[in-house]
Design a protein around this ligand. Structure first.
Ligand SMILES: C[S@@+](CC[C@H](N)C(=O)[O-])C[C@H]1O[C@@H](n2cnc3c(N)ncnc32)[C@H](O)[C@@H]1O
Length: 283
């Protein structure tokens, strides 16, 4: 039998030695999960007894984290827009900046019934969150990765339940989607990292997150271009296209949008004041 304070201390020192920057937080989160307690309770009470079985599970988690596997993959869970999404190595871990796009889309279409396309749906976090808040809307989540689509379907069954009939998933590359002008709103968080920059990402990301979800080709714009060209053919008149972009891509993407007849309507900035999402309409 182990005691929580000593289990934590031990785990923290292992993670610290392995150069995990968030060693304390991660050890606490993982132990809290194993014990089915809140992290705050772990901090307040330091003498919780841990069964051998739970200690074994905790040690396995710490072993994985020590190798830089993200906590979200270890626990198969990431909170996004106040919902718990299942995630695994086939789906990007939803990021907080993507919540900005979801929030804005919901605001714009409140009380309306848009037909929505989510390009590169991954875990399904964008389309599922939006459909939960726009009960009259319908949507399609599309992804080139068959395994990501499995994750999105799983999340949709768990989180949309009654709305499930209003969502469909398609496993294809965006340029293969047929050209029907049926969408009021297109949302996309495409891979946008320059291929050369992938090796500069943190070990958590480059070792564990799917390359196909990150790599945007030589200038990071390969999939963004595909999204813009396809949107030209499938967006209804006055429809909206929202694209999440990388830190320094605003100028290039803005130019592409203008060249293709889109008019920017809203720009969203992250907490570091970088433009991270562009909303535009077809002129
Ligand atoms: C940055 S991830 C976004 C995942 C999720 N939407 C999110 O925000 O967390 C990009 C996604 O686009 C998918 N993808 C990459 N190239 C694609 C393409 N040509 N057509 C459709 N999906 C693509 C990847 O498989 C990945 O799931």
């Amino acid at each position: 039998m182990m005691i929580s304070s000593s289990a934590l201390k031990n785990a923290e020192s292992i993670l610290k030695k392995s150069q995990i920057p968030s060693w304390r937080l991660d050890a606490e989160i993982l132990l809290a999960k194993v014990l089915c307690k809140d992290r705050s309770e772990l901090i307040i009470r330091n003498n919780i007894k841990i069964s051998n079985k739970k200690a074994f599970t905790f040690n396995r988690y710490i072993d994985r984290r020590k190798k830089f596997e993200p906590v979200a993959y270890i626990l198969n869970n990431k909170e996004f827009f106040s919902l718990d999404f299942f995630v695994n190595k086939n789906s990007l871990i939803p990021r907080p900046e993507t919540e900005l796009m979801v929030e804005k889309a919901i605001k714009i279409y409140q009380n309306k019934a848009p037909n929505i396309l989510d390009i590169g749906t991954g875990s399904g976090c964008i389309i599922i969150s939006v459909l939960r808040h726009l009960p009259k809307s319908r949507g399609i989540g599309l992804d080139i990765s068959k395994n990501a689509i499995k994750v999105a379907k799983f999340n949709s069954k768990r989180l949309l339940k009654v709305y499930n009939k209003r969502i469909k998933f398609m496993n294809l590359s965006i340029e293969k989607l047929s050209n029907n002008r049926i969408f009021d709103l297109i949302l996309a968080n495409p891979p946008y990292i320059n291929s050369k920059d992938i090796r500069n990402l943190s070990r958590d990301i480059k070792r564990y997150e799917p390359k196909i979800a990150l790599d945007g080709g030589k200038d990071g714009l390969d999939v963004i271009k595909k999204v813009i060209y396809k949107s030209l053919k499938i967006l209804k008149h006055n429809g909206t296209l929202a694209i999440e972009i990388g830190n320094n891509q605003y100028f290039a993407v803005s130019k592409l949008l203008r060249k293709n007849g889109f008019k920017e309507t809203t720009l969203l900035k992250d907490y570091k004041n970088n433009i991270r999402c562009i909303f535009s309409t077809l002129k």
